[in-house]
Design a protein around this ligand. Structure first.
Ligand code: ADP
Ligand code: MG
Length: 711
C-alpha cells in the first residue's frame, strides 16, 4: 500500500515565506517599524534613513529561511514578471565571506532595461532603468531546490522617470481613487477615516492537460492554444464537468499549489471545476489592490512551476479550444476604509446606504464617461477569440446592477428621498423546515454583462485569463476616480449651499443617474437586440482588438488620465505602441506555427492517408462492388483538402511577408482583416480532413485525446 505522507497543515505554514508586518514588528526597532507601517498604510512617506535597518532585518530573516540571493521583482510592460538575482554572499576586504544586503540595495537596483519593451520612449543605448522598492507589497522568498531568492516587489522606471512597468501606473490610479474617496467621506462628515484602499479579488480560470500529450502539439507549446483540431462531439454539451468532483490528479496539483502559495501568504479560498472539460478555477481571498495584482502574478508563476512537476500543461490562454468555453480573469473590486468598512456594501441604515449609493453611482458615472478605457484595458490578442461567445461577455462594456440596486436607483429617480431607500433583507423559503433560512442574495446573476454588481462589489468579467491584472485594475480605478470627481463637484455645490449631506447626496445620485443611464443595461447582453441598442447608445466604439487598443489614445481618456495624474500623453503613446506590438507579435507567432503545422504534420498525414486509401482500393479493384465510388469520393475529399491547404498556406506565408513591411498599426489592422479570416479558413479545411485520418496517420493528439486527464 502506498505510504501516506504527512503534509504540513496550511495554518502552520501560512505566510512563512513573507516578510509581513508580524515579522517586521518582531525584527525591527519600534520607531523603524512605526515609520514603515505608516508608509505601508499610506499615512506617511518612508524615511530613507531607515533603509539600512530594514535591509539588515530582511536579510537576516531571508537567510534564516535558506535564501541565498535577492532580487528586485517587477512587472515590465509585458504580462509577466522579471527579476535579476544577486547573491547575498560577498567577500569582505580581508577576503572573508559575508552576507551583505544594504539599504541602498533594498531601495534601488539597476537592471539593464534595454530588453524590456518601452514603446519607443527610449533608444537602446539609453538602456538604463532602475527598479525601486515598493514597501506596500511585502517581500517574499521563492524557494529553489538548493536555496532561495528574496524577492522585493518594485516599480521599474527609466532614467528620465518614465515608467517601464505597470505597477507605477497602478499605484498612481490607486492614489487617484483614494484621495477622492476620502474627500467623499469627508463631505458626508466622516472625518475619522485614515485611508481608503481599493480591494481586489481576481478569479483565475485555466485549463490543465496531460503534459506529454499536449507538448506534442506545436500550437499548444508556442501559442498556448490549438490552431487546428475539431471539438469532439460531446465536449461540454452534457455540462457534467461544472462543479463536479475534481479529478484526483488535478486535486493533487491544486493542493500543492495551494500549499506553496499559503507559504507566500496567498490564500486561495476556492477551487472548482469550470464549465469546459479540463477547465478549472482558483479564487484567492481578496486583498488590497496592489498586493492583489502582485499575488495574481505569484499565483500564475506558482501554478506554472507546479504544473511541470505534475506532468501537466497549464493553459492561461483565453481561448485554447474552438467551440468551448474560454478562460477569463474576473476582477472583483470595491473600496474599503481604514475601519474595514466596504464602501460598496448596501445597508439597512439609511445614511449608510446613501453613502453606498454615492460610491456606486460614481463608479457607473465614470464607466459611462470613459468606458473606452475599460474596453482598451481588455483588448488583448487572446480576448479576440474569447469575447462574445461561450459564457464570455460581449466586447461591449455595460453595467448590470440587479433588481435590488436598480430598484433603489429607480426609487430615487422617482423622487423618493426617504427611508425607503435601503435594503430589505429577505430570506429564501426553500420549503424545507429543517434547513436554516438562506439569506437572499442582494443581486441575481447576469453572466452576460461585462461589469456586474454582485452584492457588495463589482465584478469585471471581461479581462482575459492570461492578462496581468494591473492594466484592467488601473482602468477600473481611474474610471472610478473620474466618476467620483464629477460626483463630488455636484455634491459639494449642494453642501456649500447649506444642504444636509444625505439629502444633497440623494439629489446628486438622481442627477448622476441621468448622466450614467447610457451604460446601464439589465437585460441579456448576448441578444441581438442589445447589439443594436448598444450601437444606438454609442457604446460600440471599437469592433476589433486593434480598435480597442486605440481607445487608450482617445482624447477624452488621455485628458482624464492626465488630470488624475495616472498617465501623461507621452506615456500613454508609448504604452499604446507596446500593446499594439504585443498584439502583432502574438498573431505573427500563430501564423508561423499554423503554417508549420500544416506543412510538417497535416499535409504529410493527408498524403499518407491518400496512399493508404489508394492501395486498399486498388486491392479490391477487380471486384466491381457497388458503392466503390464512395472510396473515390473519399480520395477526392482528401486530395482537394490537400490542394486547398497548399494554396491557402502559401497565401498565408505571402501575406505574412507582405504585412511585415507595414507600420505596426496597419499591420494590426491587416491581421484582423486578412490573416485571421485566412487562418480560420485553413483551420476549417484541416479540421474537415482530420476526421478522415486513421489513428496512425493523425499528426497531433486530437481534442478528444487532449481533453482527457486520465493516464
Ligand atoms: P463567484 O464565482 O461566485 O463570482 P468567487 O467566490 O469565486 O465568486 O469569487 C469571488 C471573488 O471576489 C473572491 O476572490 C473574493 O475574495 C472576491 N471578493 C469578495 N468580496 C470582495 C470585495 N469586497 N472586494 C474585492 N473582492 C472581493
Ligand atoms: Mg465570479
Amino acid at each position: 500500500m502506498a505510504e501516506l505522507r504527512e503534509y504540513p497543515k496550511m495554518k502552520d505554514i501560512y505566510g512563512s515565506l513573507v516578510f509581513d508586518q508580524k515579522e517586521m514588528k518582531q525584527r525591527l526597532p519600534r520607531d523603524v517599524f512605526e515609520n514603515l507601517a505608516g508608509a505601508i498604510e499610506g499615512r506617511q512617506k518612508l524615511d530613507s534613513g531607515i533603509a539600512d535597518t530594514v535591509a539588515l532585518a530582511m536579510k537576516d530573516w531571508a537567510v534564516s529561511k535558506g535564501a541565498d540571493h535577492w532580487a528586485h521583482w517587477f512587472h515590465p510592460l509585458t504580462e509577466l514578471t522579471a527579476e535579476k538575482h544577486t547573491a547575498f554572499l560577498m567577500a569582505d576586504e580581508n577576503g572573508n565571506p559575508l552576507n551583505s544586503f544594504r539599504g541602498k540595495d533594498l531601495m534601488q537596483s539597476e537592471p539593464d532595461a534595454s530588453s524590456f519593451p518601452s514603446g519607443g520612449t527610449r533608444s537602446t543605448f539609453e538602456a538604463r532603468g532602475y527598479s525601486a522598492w515598493d514597501p506596500t507589497s511585502p517581500a517574499f522568498i521563492i524557494k529553489s531546490k538548493k536555496g532561495g531568492t528574496l524577492c522585493i516587489p518594485s516599480i521599474f522606471i527609466a532614467y528620465d522617470g518614465s515608467p517601464l512597468d505597470m505597477k507605477t501606473y497602478l499605484l498612481r490610479a490607486m492614489q487617484a481613487v483614494e484621495t477622492r474617496a476620502m474627500k467623499m467621506l469627508k463631505l458626508f462628515g466622516n472625518r475619522g477615516v485614515r485611508y481608503v484602499h481599493a480591494t481586489v479579488g481576481g478569479e483565475q480560470e485555466f485549463f490543465l492537460l496531460d503534459r506529454p500529450r499536449a507538448q506534442k502539439r506545436p500550437d499548444i507549446r508556442f501559442c498556448g492554444r490549438t490552431l487546428v483540431g475539431s471539438p469532439p462531439p460531446r465536449d461540454q454539451k452534457m455540462e457534467d464537468h461544472y462543479f463536479g468532483a475534481i479529478p484526483t490528479r488535478v486535486l493533487s496539483y491544486m493542493e500543492d499549489v495551494q500549499r506553496d502559495l499559503a507559504r507566500l501568504g496567498v490564500d486561495l479560498a476556492t477551487r472548482h471545476n469550470e464549465n469546459a472539460r479540463c477547465q478549472f478555477e482558483f479564487a484567492p481571498q481578496f486583498t488590497e489592490a496592489n498586493l492583489a495584482c502582485d499575488q495574481n502574478q505569484l499565483i500564475m508563476e506558482t501554478m506554472r512551476k507546479m504544473a511541470r512537476q505534475h506532468e501537466l500543461r497549464l493553459l492561461f490562454h483565453e481561448k485554447p479550444f474552438n467551440g468551448m468555453n474560454g478562460s477569463g480573469k474576473h476582477i472583483n473590486f470595491s473600496l474599503e476604509d481604514s475601519e474595514g468598512r466596504n464602501l460598496l456594501k448596501p445597508s439597512t441604515n439609511h445614511r449608510k446606504n446613501v453613502i453606498f449609493l454615492s460610491f456606486l453611482s460614481s463608479f457607473i458615472l465614470g464607466a459611462a464617461d470613459h468606458f473606452g478605457l475599460l474596453q482598451a484595458s481588455i483588448s488583448t490578442p487572446g480576448n479576440m477569440y474569447r469575447l462574445g461567445g461561450h459564457e464570455a461577455p460581449p466586447n461591449i462594456i455595460s453595467v448590470y446592477l440587479g433588481d435590488a440596486v436598480a430598484g433603489m436607483l429607480r426609487a430615487i429617480d422617482d423622487g423618493v428621498d426617504d427611508e425607503s431607500v435601503k435594503v430589505t433583507k429577505g430570506t429564501l423559503d426553500l420549503g424545507l423546515p429543517k434547513l436554516p433560512d438562506i439569506v437572499a442574495f442582494d443581486s441575481d446573476r447576469n453572466r452576460t454583462s461585462a461589469l456586474a454588481f454582485t452584492g457588495n462589489k463589482f465584478e469585471f468579467r471581461a479581462p482575459g485569463a492570461s492578462q496581468a491584472m494591473a492594466v484592467p485594475v488601473m482602468a477600473l480605478l481611474s474610471v472610478w476616480a473620474a466618476g467620483m470627481e464629477r460626483f463630488i463637484d455636484l455634491f459639494e455645490q449642494r453642501i456649500d449651499n447649506g444642504e444636509d449631506p444625505v439629502e444633497a447626496a440623494i439629489k446628486t445620485i438622481r442627477k448622476v443617474s441621468e448622466l450614467n443611464r447610457n451604460i446601464r443595461f439589465e437585460g441579456d447582453s448576448y441578444s441581438l437586440n442589445w447589439q443594436e441598442e448598444a450601437e444606438r447608445r454609442g457604446l460600440v466604439k471599437a469592433r476589433t482588438i486593434p480598435e480597442g487598443i486605440d481607445l487608450f489614445m482617445e482624447p477624452s481618456t488621455i485628458k482624464m488620465l492626465e488630470e488624475l495624474g495616472v498617465f501623461s500623453k507621452k506615456e500613454m503613446a508609448a504604452f499604446h505602441t507596446i500593446r499594439l506590438e504585443h498584439f502583432v507579435k502574438s498573431l505573427e507567432i500563430e501564423m508561423s506555427v499554423l503554417r508549420d503545422m500544416i506543412w510538417e504534420g497535416i499535409l504529410p498525414a493527408i498524403s499518407k492517408q491518400i496512399l493508404l486509401e489508394k492501395e486498399s482500393s486498388a486491392a479490391i479493384e477487380g471486384l466491381s462492388l457497388p458503392g466503390l465510388d464512395r472510396w473515390k469520393k473519399l480520395l477526392l475529399k482528401l486530395a482537394s483538402a490537400k490542394l486547398d491547404l497548399l494554396e491557402k498556406s502559401e497565401e498565408l506565408t505571402e501575406l505574412r511577408d507582405k504585412m511585415a513591411r507595414l507600420s505596426t498599426r496597419e499591420h494590426a489592422e491587416e491581421i484582423v482583416k486578412k490573416a485571421v479570416p485566412l487562418m480560420r479558413e485553413i483551420r476549417a479545411i484541416a479540421d474537415s480532413a482530420e476526421i478522415f485520418l486513421s489513428a496512425e496517420n493523425l499528426p497531433y493528439p486530437t481534442y478528444r485525446n487532449l481533453l482527457s486527464l486520465s493516464a
